[in-house]
Design a protein around this ligand. Structure first.
Ligand code: NDP
Length: 319
């Protein structure tokens, strides 16, 4: 799958080519190149920033899963959108131990989304038991895990999402204390005042723009904003968060962006903690799987329309 042109605005099916081509067998002795047969592909919102003419992010922090024929190693890594991928030098791959979990978990709960939720919440937000947490895009692959981490720590947790079905899921299945449909609110600032009557100590920001402004307006003294992503700004270059800076000063608020790629050193700690949570049934897993390489563009486009619940994955081949 390739893009026809650089993408400006909301991605459409017509932005993508689905092509069939014969891969040159570039795996010669000594070349260190690896042919990957792709089993599962991850689609992620940040990928749109690499499809624009002017990209703000140069490096991917994302992985996908595949098998190298011949040696039959399971690997995770950065691959192209296709059924097979040639990885030059093999240095974007790592061997994968599924630890008895479904392979797809390595793109979500045990993969980049899980690590993002883990480092963003524990390292950037620096949470304490009993604090009030607000998470946006709370039913997305990062947000649904942040909310569950916060509940496990004994925080009060509120989430926002784009449908009533998602709101019910957050409250009934994932244990959020409260949740709301941001599309039904005309004034986000007053909505947050209603849903977080004791203010917000930590805001895990996945969307940016007006939601970030409303969250800062409702923050408590020494509140922290972990800016994980700003999905509402990715498809609209005119949208920008402009939180009230006097609020930031007077309430001594910390607003910190972060990249998961800077936290690879805590990957072993993350994997063992998350594997224990999963074994103990403490974390619920939400996956939203499509099938077939031809459905990669629609899976990706759906992220910007709120079609996914939990981690969006495309299964490319049987495993
Ligand atoms: P998902 O792909 O799982 O979900 C995206 C969700 O965002 C959609 O389901 C939709 O849900 C919501 N959304 C889409 N458009 C808008 C909009 N205009 N306004 C508000 N909400 C919108 O997302 P992830 O959980 O994988 O990613 C969440 C954020 O984290 C993204 O901004 C992403 O770029 C960022 N990220 C950052 C990383 C880092 O290293 N800093 C690493 C990984 C992700 P709804 O129905 O609620 O609208």
């Amino acid at each position: 799958i390739t893009i026809k042109n650089h993408i400006d605005g909301t991605p459409q099916e017509s932005d993508f080519h689905v092509k069939t081509a014969v891969l040159s067998l570039a795996v010669e002795p000594g070349s260190n190149n690896v042919i990957v047969k792709v089993l599962y592909l991850s689609v992620d919102p940040y990928q749109i920033n690499r499809m624009k003419r002017h990209s703000s992010t140069q490096r991917a922090v994302d992985f996908a899963v595949g098998i190298t024929p011949g040696e039959e190693d399971l690997v995770a890594g950065v691959v192209t959108w296709g059924e097979h991928s040639i990885i030059r030098g093999g240095n974007m791959l790592r061997k994968l131990d599924p630890m008895g979990f479904p392979l797809s978990y390595n793109l979500g709960v045990l993969g980049p989304s899980g690590l993002t939720a883990y480092c963003g919440f524990f390292q950037v937000c620096k949470p304490k038991k009993g604090e009030k947490v607000f998470v946006s895009a709370a039913s997305g692959s990062v947000g649904y895990l942040v909310g569950q981490f916060a509940k496990l720590l004994g925080c009060y947790v509120v989430g926002s999402a784009g449908s009533n079905e998602k709101v019910e899921l957050l409250k009934e299945k994932l244990g959020f204390d409260d949740a709301f449909n941001y599309k039904e609110e005309t004034d986000l600032k007053s909505a947050l005042k209603r849903y977080c009557p004791d203010g917000i100590d930590m805001y895990f920001d996945n969307v940016g723009a007006e939601m970030q402004e409303a969250a800062v307006a409702n923050m408590n003294t020494f509140g922290r904003v972990a800016v994980c992503g700003v999905i509402s700004e990715y498809t609209d270059s005119g949208r920008r968060a402009a939180p009230h800076m006097l609020d930031v000063v007077c309430k001594r608020i910390t607003i910190q962006g972060f990249l998961t790629a800077d936290y690879l050193n805590i990957y072993p700690e993350f994997i063992s903690t998350m594997a224990n949570y999963l074994h103990d049934g403490k974390i619920k897993v939400l996956e939203d799987i499509s099938y077939g390489v031809e459905n990669v563009p629609s899976a990706f486009i759906g992220l910007f329309r709120g079609y996914n619940i939990g981690k969006k994955i495309v299964e490319i081949a049987d495993n």
